[in-house]
Design a binder for this molecule. Structure first.
Ligand code: URA
Length: 253
C-alpha cells in the first residue's frame, strides 16, 4: 500500500516534470494519449508554455591541437569509413558527442533522419525525450557521452544489419577505450542485445546489472518506444532510478 502510494507519487512527479519541460507538441501528444485535456484560460489567447532554459550541447571539438591524436584518428576514421553500404546512403556520419572523459556513456541504436542531417546523436523527438530523461537524472548532455552502435543512418530507419554492426562496433570499442566510462546505458533493444550479445527481450534485460568488458551496463527502454507506448512510462522511471542507484553504488566502491 505504502509502496504503491510512493510509486504513484514518484509517477506524478515525473509526469509533472515532463509536463513542465517537454516541447509543446510532444507534451500535448503525451497528455492527449493518457486522456488529459489541457485547460486553457478564457482570459488569454494562448496557453503559455513555461520557459525552461535550454542549453544547446557543444559539438565535440576535434581539432588536432585540442585533443589527443587518438580522438583525431578515430574521428577521421569514422568520417571516412566505407566498410559497409551505409556510406552510400548517409548524409554524414554521426560520431557522438559529450564529455570525452564522461562517467556515463549512453549508447543508442543508429542515427535517424534528424541525426543524419545534423551529424549529432539523438536530436529528433526521441532525442529530446532522452535529454529530458537525462535532466530527470540530474545529468546534462554535456557531462555524459552519447553515441550509437552504428555511426550511419540505415535507410528508412530499418534495423541495423549484422554486417553493419560488425564493422561499426570497432569504432564504439575505440570510443569506450578512450572515454573509460564508469557505467554504460544501453538505450533500447538493439543497443542492449548487441552489447550483451544476446537475443533476450529488452523487458528481460532491463532491471539488472550486466557487464560489457567489465564495465557495468544497464539496459533501458528506448525513448522512441516511450513515445509510442506511453503506458510504459512507469517502467522507464524505474529504469532511471535503477541506473542512478547502480551508479551511486559504484561511486561508493
Ligand atoms: N535513435 C537512436 O537510437 N539513436 C539516435 O541517435 C537517434 C534515435
Amino acid at each position: 500500500m505504502f509502496i504503491e502510494r510512493y510509486n504513484a507519487n514518484i509517477l506524478t512527479d515525473f509526469l509533472f516534470y515532463l509536463h513542465m519541460t517537454l516541447s509543446e507538441s510532444i507534451r500535448l501528444q503525451y497528455l492527449n494519449t493518457i486522456g488529459v485535456t489541457v485547460w486553457q484560460s478564457r482570459f488569454t489567447s494562448e496557453f503559455v508554455v513555461p520557459q525552461v532554459e535550454h542549453i544547446e550541447p557543444e559539438p565535440v571539438i576535434l581539432a588536432e591541437d585540442s585533443i589527443t591524436d587518438s580522438w583525431g584518428k578515430l574521428h577521421s576514421d569514422v568520417i571516412q569509413c566505407s566498410l559497409c553500404s551505409l556510406c552510400t546512403t548517409r548524409t554524414q556520419t554521426v560520431f557522438g558527442e559529450g564529455d570525452l572523459n564522461a562517467k556515463w556513456l549512453f549508447v543508442g541504436e543508429a542515427p535517424g533522419q534528424n541525426e543524419d542531417e545534423q551529424g549529432k546523436p539523438f536530436v529528433g523527438d526521441a532525442g529530446q525525450l532522452l535529454t529530458e530523461i537525462l535532466r530527470a537524472m540530474q545529468l546534462t548532455r554535456e557531462e555524459v557521452f552519447i553515441t550509437n552502435i552504428l555511426k550511419c543512418r540505415p535507410p528508412q530507419n530499418r534495423d541495423p544489419h549484422v554486417d553493419e554492426i560488425k564493422h561499426c562496433l570497432d569504432f564504439l570499442h575505440r570510443q569506450m577505450t578512450l572515454i573509460q566510462p564508469k557505467i554504460i546505458i544501453a538505450v533500447g533493444r538493439i543497443a542492449a542485445q548487441t552489447l550483451l550479445n544476446t537475443h533476450e527481450k529488452i523487458g528481460k534485460l532491463r532491471g539488472s546489472i550486466h557487464y560489457f568488458e567489465n564495465i557495468p551496463l544497464i539496459a533501458i527502454y528506448h525513448p522512441a518506444y516511450l513515445l509510442r507506448s506511453l503506458t510504459e512510462k512507469r517502467k522507464v522511471w524505474h529504469d532511471l532510478q535503477f541506473a542512478l542507484k547502480t551508479f551511486k553504488s559504484l561511486e561508493n566502491e
